[in-house]
Design a protein around this ligand. Structure first.
Ligand code: F6P
Length: 463
């Protein structure tokens, strides 16, 4: 292989540039050219296929910076429709004209579903990223446990349900223990929780902090590092009576309560508390909003004003209970060292997979108690259920204790290897050196897009 393409797709994470750089460093060693395709799969729909040569003369371009969040080549949630075979042929032809012999897609479960039809046209592999930590399997048999349940009124005529597992769980057998982006998202969320705490303490308030993750509670679980009193995850339906009782106990004792809720939390009937909107990605992912606000309304209703007035801690429940979203700060900014390091290795491994002749494979990060973290390759087919669909991984339900509403002992054991040394000295030094640099006040922000724009090349029109 002399030339490969790389694209970044789906919601961004702080680690995409580190993955690109890892791939480029390895490609330089192997004397392979890498073209970065602009804005994910979107570039392939454009007859001119905007692209950037990332390693002219097998040297990385100076804009490449693994410590910079986001993605220098842009991302989108566009995907190739597997049923549009003509469009797929055109896309494959465009890549051929660019002399691209293999493709690396940096993405999550949506991207892995999205690249399936392309892998039938040219060697294609995935380097994982997602803050949601939902690309992977809690145990290898997990895809076989999904069943389709007939539902005539739904769009597809069915919905998926996950059958109870027969597998004996072991941390060592998790497939793709953790994805690049997750550690930084948790770092931001946990820091946010710590900061909200002191203001809730001062003003005798109850804070509900919403974190991302869609239907997967991994970010909420990790936010335990910020020491909230209560964590709510989508995998365990909300028991509002139990929650309110616990909130009152805590409030009596400490005059403030901090609750973290995953954006995908559901009530006892399994309905999301927040609102849903469809996105365009082929994993069927949906965007969720408003879980914390919906929870606040329920709590205001159940606790009532009198409770706060009796304590002389506020006029009303409405005033005492407030919500904050960590929001897109979870997805942006500089990646912490754990994320950078493994993102780069996974990018390098993706190049190796292509060279080994693997197609439709994924570079994954494995963890065992005996060996620590190791990068490996895994066939994408093993992520697929019997209908070919790749499901987002949900947080392993036993990582959470629904009575305490906190991580279980197993959940704590899961988190420790990722986070104990996740922050590097340089991560802290970076803040010290750069945040209050005098130049920040006078100089405008210089966007990477401005520089990359000058390097974008196009495929010539076909004669
Ligand atoms: O998948 C990553 C993620 O950040 C989710 O946690 C969140 O629900 C979604 O993307 C938000 O998407 P958007 O940035 O398109 O609003």
């Amino acid at each position: 292989m002399k030339r490969i393409g790389i694209l970044t797709a789906g919601g961004d994470t702080p680690t995409m540039n580190a993955t690109i750089q890892g791939a480029v460093v390895r490609a330089n060693q192997l004397k392979i050219e890498i073209l970065g395709l602009i804005k994910g799969f979107n570039s392939l729909f454009n007859p001119r296929v905007p692209h950037v040569h990332l390693n002219p003369l097998y040297q990385e371009i100076p804009e490449m910076d693994p410590t910079k969040g986001g993605t220098m080549i842009g991302s989108s949630r566009d995907y190739v429709d597997p049923n549009k075979t003509e469009e797929l042929d055109i896309v494959a032809h465009r890549l051929e004209r660019l002399r691209i012999e293999g493709l690396i897609c940096v993405g999550g479960d949506g991207t892995l579903n999205g690249l399936q039809p392309l892998a039938e046209r040219l060697p294609t592999v995935l380097a994982p990223k997602t803050i949601d930590n939902d690309l992977g399997l809690n145990y290898p048999e997990e895809p076989n446990e999904w069943v389709r349940v007939h539902e005539p009124q739904s769009k597809n005529g069915y919905h998926y349900e996950h059958r109870a597992s027969q597998a004996i769980f072991d941390l060592d057998y998790i497939v793709n223990y953790v994805t690049p982006g997750y550690a930084t998202a948790v770092y931001v969320s946990a820091s946010g929780v710590e900061r909200i705490r002191t203001t809730a303490e001062s003003h005798r308030r109850i804070a509900i902090i919403e974190v991302m993750g869609r239907h997967s509670g991994y970010i909420a679980l990790g936010s335990a590092y910020g020491r909230p009193d209560i964590i709510l995850v989508p995998e365990h339906p909300l028991n509002i009576e139990h929650l309110v009782e616990r909130v009152k106990q805590l409030y009596d004792l400490q005059k403030n309560v901090v609750i973290v809720c995953g954006e995908g939390i559901v009530d006892e009937q399994g309905n999301e508390l927040g609102a849903e909107t469809r996105t365009s990605d082929p994993a069927g992912n949906i965007a969720l909003s408003g879980a914390a606000e919906a929870l606040r309304h329920k709590m205001i209703h159940m606790i009532g004003d009198r409770y706060f007035q009796l304590y002389r801690r506020g006029e009303s429940a409405r005033e005492a209970i407030f919500t904050r979203k960590v929001g897109h700060t979870q997805r942006g900014g500089r990646p912490i060292v754990f994320d950078r390091f493994y993102a780069a290795q996974l990018g390098a491994k993706a190049v190796e997979l292509l060279l080994e002749g693997r197609n439709n494979a994924v570079s994954i990060l494995q963890y065992t108690g005996a060996k620590g973290f190791q990068v490996n390759g895994y066939d994408a087919n093993r992520f697929r259920d019997r209908w070919g669909h790749i499901h987002a991984r949900r947080m392993f339900s036993q990582f959470y204790d629904p009575i305490q509403m906190k991580p279980s002992r197993l959940g704590i054991n899961y988190l420790l290897p990722i986070f104990t040394d996740a922050i590097g000295d340089d991560d802290m030094e970076h803040i010290r050196r750069t945040l209050f640099a005098p130049g920040n006040l006078a100089q405008p922000y210089h966007s990477i897009n401005t520089d990359i724009n000058k390097r974008i090349r196009y495929l010539e029109e076909e004669k």
